[in-house]
Design a protein around this ligand. Sequence first.
Ligand code: ZN
Length: 105
Amino acid sequence: MLYEQITDEPRLASKSWMTDCTEPLIPGENNDMLASVFTGTGVLIHAHPLNKRIAMRGCGNCESMNVLVIYAQWSVSTASGDAYWDYEILCNDCQKYTSRSFSEN
Ligand SMILES: [Zn+2]
């Protein structure tokens, strides 16, 4: 099921992501074929390496596609083959954060 939340503060990214992150896209140290995570100051959806695995959409508040992906993680269970992901975007138009989480089961 898919769970969406629209907030004024980041929910998945760290509260201080804007100053913590020094690059737009920072891969996790242990990323592999079964699990990967990306943080950073954000990239557009079409530039994000997980955009084929995660059905990323625009702002949940104003539906703008002018959004930056500031957090995304994707993993698949080796036992069940089920995929899990969540990601968070910041809207450049309305400045709201949209986070979406999905699990296949
Ligand atoms: Zn928006």
